[in-house]
Write a protein that binds this ligand. Structure first.
Ligand code: NI
Length: 172
């Protein structure tokens, strides 16, 4: 397995809509996913999308550790060709970061509750409902597939900044 280079905001691959995975069982796809898992773990990320490693395909992965979620942990999930549907109109705000904007964070409004579906690692259909941080991470990762980064979802850019500074400000 290989740790892949992560594209940073400004790279065109991050603003290009990604293409559908045509053959989820392709060995090249399996190799890419294995490398993405290793890259995400190495970078300590909660999620990663293929465009972030310079591959414009509709593949995301994420996990939710128990300390980030009131609904319980979600094990590492790989989704190909994901589709999201909001459940209701409720949104809530939360702080997000992204491996493509290292050291930065901002407050983003997302649907509180969603349904999502896609194909898993073996090409089998997955269908789930998600709320809270789980719903947030799925919306964030799937945005990458449409060429959208979280600052583009922010209503108020005044909460956008360097994590170190935001944490200092919280302490004061
Ligand atoms: Ni991201």
């Amino acid at each position: 397995m290989t740790i892949l280079k992560i594209a940073r905001m400004g790279h065109p691959v991050l603003r290009t809509p990604a293409k559908l995975v045509e053959d989820p069982k392709d060995l090249e796809i399996r190799r890419l996913i294995n490398d993405m898992v290793e890259t995400m773990e190495d970078a300590n990320g909660a999620g990663l999308a293929a465009p972030q490693v310079h591959i414009p395909l509709r593949i995301v992965m994420f996990h939710v550790p128990s300390e980030r979620s009131e609904e319980g942990a979600v094990p590492l999930t790989v989704l190909m060709n994901p589709v999201i549907e909001p459940v209701g109109d409720d949104k809530n705000e939360g702080i997000e970061g992204c491996l493509s904007l290292p050291g930065m964070a901002g407050k983003v409004s997302r649907y509180t509750s969603i349904k999502y579906s896609g194909l898993d690692l073996d090409g089998k259909p997955i269908e789930r409902e998600a709320t809270g941080f789980h719903a947030r991470v799925v919306q964030h990762e799937c945005d990458h597939l449409d060429g959208i980064l979280y600052p583009q979802r922010m209503d108020d850019l005044s909460s956008f900044g360097y994590v170190e500074e935001l944490q200092k400000a919280l302490k004061d």
